[in-house]
Design a protein around this ligand. Structure first.
Ligand code: G1P
Length: 290
């Protein structure tokens, strides 16, 4: 049973400046809900009970978001606003949420090292804090189901266009079924000619404790950072690794265009906005056609 998850949220968010100068990218809201709240919800919906969020400098608002806020609660009580009172209390009660700070910006692999003590000797889920998944079955649940079947590392993947393989970790391997591959290679942000496929790592993982000794041996790689992908390649020497093609849509909130598209998509799904917002979009399109 996988009950623990790690959410790395320590990155600087340089792709979203200036908003992220003093604000964590994981707190960027899609409409009214911070990105990381969707990520925590996915973990909870997948049966996770214990979450470690890896933060860093300037990320205090993430801790505050999942903490009690007695002053706000008292004010909502006075106003007899039961709906928001319950929602605000639910937020601090979603799961057992813990925090640890990454001291230096040494990459995703280095951030995961900080989870060693917390997760101990169990497999655990990893959900990148700037990526929202929109799916019927939570993507982390999909990976857990595959883990239960194959008992090894499971990496979420999705196809990307060939000209975008250099933005992702790319995997290669043998298909075991329509959705599962057994991997024989992984490479972080390869050029098109070095990419083993167009299957990109999509920001969700089930890792085994073998990742920790592997990370300890992983030298700095792409962009001078310790890459999780490089450490998983070391794990491959000792254990089988699997990739799971996800069913669902990935939204990378750290990317401005994706952020905009996600906001529009999610607004159109909300009952209170769908009608007037669609009308507004239609008017905008007409205006821009001129
Ligand atoms: C990270 C991982 C990469 C993965 C990507 C998904 O890269 O290192 O393997 O494909 O997330 O978003 P980053 O986007 O942090 O550079």
């Amino acid at each position: 049973m996988i009950k623990k998850a790690v959410i790395p949220a320590a990155g600087l968010g340089t792709r979203f400046l200036p908003a992220t100068k003093a604000m964590p990218k994981e707190m960027l809201p899609i409409i009214d809900t911070p990105t990381i709240q969707y990520v925590v919800q996915e973990a909870v919906d997948s049966g996770i009970e214990d979450i470690l969020i890896i933060t860093g400098k300037g990320k205090r608002s993430i801790e505050d978001h999942f903490d009690r806020n007695f002053e706000l609660e008292a004010r909502l009580e006075e106003k007899e606003d039961a709906i928001w009172l319950n929602e605000i209390r639910r937020l601090s009660d979603m799961a057992n949420i813990h925090f640890v700070r990454q001291k230096e910006q040494n990459g995703l692999g280095d951030a995961i090292c900080y989870a060693r003590h917390h997760v101990g000797n169990e497999p655990f889920a990893v959900l990148l804090g700037d990526t929202i998944m929109d799916s019927v079955i939570p993507v982390t649940q999909q990976l857990i189901d595959t883990y239960e079947q194959y008992r090894g590392t499971v990496i979420a993947v999705e196809e990307v266009p060939a000209d975008k393989v250099n933005r992702y970790g790319i995997v290669g391997g043998k298909a075991l079924s329509d959705s599962i591959l057994e991997l024989n290679t992984l490479i972080e942000k390869p050029s098109i000619d070095k990419a083993p496929s167009n299957l990109a790592i999509a920001g969700r993982y089930i890792l085994t404790p073998e990742i920790f000794p592997a990370l300890a041996q992983t030298p700095k790689g792409k962009n001078g950072e310790v890459q999780l992908t490089d450490a998983m390649l070391l794990v491959l020497k000792r254990e089988a690794l699997f990739a799971h093609r996800i069913e669902g849509k990935r939204h990378d909130i750290g990317n401005k265009l994706d952020f905009l598209k996600t906001t529009v998509e999610f607004a159109l799904k909300r009952k209170e906005f769908a009608g007037p917002f669609l009308k507004f979009l239609e008017e905008m399109i007409e205006e821009h056609k001129k």
